[in-house]
Design a protein around this ligand. Structure first.
Ligand SMILES: [Zn+2]
Length: 274
């Protein structure tokens, strides 16, 4: 089992998710005339019989997504650019997935963003504590953003635009896009943006929150829950801070793109074209 790298390795430009790998809190820039957007933030799992994966430290995914969801709601609203509703906001609360879609549509949300963590590849058991064994797999860290190309236009394009903008900003912040090695047959990688994947499950197994909502919806697999170093990084304040800024900028770009070709955005908006 790998443990934290020896100090001698830390000096040379570590890459995510190594302990010293840098993250950048992106400045959020908005086009002139931007109006507040309603974001339905889904804390993944937390439904009957559905606790999600179990992390490298045996935390249930439903508890991780609730914690990160509450944090992200607070940070997004603090920008003044968004009103955010969570699909659930208390431990032990159970909310069926169809009810989440109904709630988001009834609220007329501009976007449905579902937070998850991923569990990939062939895990080993390891002693997270002397008493407790948990799954571990340190080979495939990184985030992914999932969308569905099922249904009609312009919804499909709006989903893809949202997925690419979020992934692009996470990459710019210093998070690592997952390469998709374990997604074969389940998702196809995007030709435009690393870390973006389109649902390719068999029709009866396609993901409901990606295909059903009539508002643009995506899943953010924030990180690989079985990767020890990445799990540690997602406990850090600076990670949550950088993630929230990346999501904020991604949402702005997807939901209020600057008019082309003469855009009215303030500086630093170059390079955002699809
Ligand atoms: Zn999940």
């Amino acid at each position: 089992m790998e443990v934290a790298p020896p100090p001698s390795l830390k000096a040379s430009a570590p890459t995510w998710p190594a302990p010293g790998a840098p993250l950048t809190k992106l400045a959020v820039t908005v086009p002139r005339g931007f109006r507040k957007k309603r974001i339905y933030l889904d804390a993944g799992h937390g439904a009957d019989g559905n606790t999600g994966n179990r992390s490298v430290l045996c935390e249930d995914e439903q508890d991780f997504t609730l914690r990160v969801g509450l944090d992200l709601q607070r940070r997004l609203e603090a920008t003044g650019l968004f009103v955010v509703r969570l699909s659930r906001d208390a431990p032990g609360q159970r909310v069926a997935y169809p009810a989440r879609v109904v709630a988001a549509e009834a609220w007329n949300a501009h976007a449905f963003v579902s937070l998850h963590s991923d569990a990939r590849g062939q895990a080993q058991r390891w002693h997270a504590t002397p008493e407790r064994q948990c799954p571990r797999q340190d080979a495939t860290p990184g985030y992914s953003v999932l969308w569905s190309d099922e249904g009609s236009e312009p919804l499909k394009t709006h989903r893809a635009t949202l997925a690419r903008a979020l992934a692009r900003r996470m990459e710019a912040a210093g998070f690592r896009p997952y390469d998709g090695v374990d997604y074969t047959g389940l998702y196809d990688g995007d030709a435009v943006q690393p870390g973006v994947f389109v649902d390719r499950h068999a029709p009866e197994r396609r993901i409901m929150v990606l295909r059903r909502p009539r508002i643009p919806s995506v899943i953010i697999e924030t990180y690989h829950a079985l990767d020890y170093e990445e799990n540690q990084r997602w406990k850090e304040e600076r990670t949550l801070d950088a993630f929230a800024a990346a999501v904020a900028q991604g949402l702005v770009e997807a939901l209020a793109p600057p008019p082309a070709p003469a855009n009215t955005a303030r500086p630093h908006s170059a390079g955002m074209a699809e």
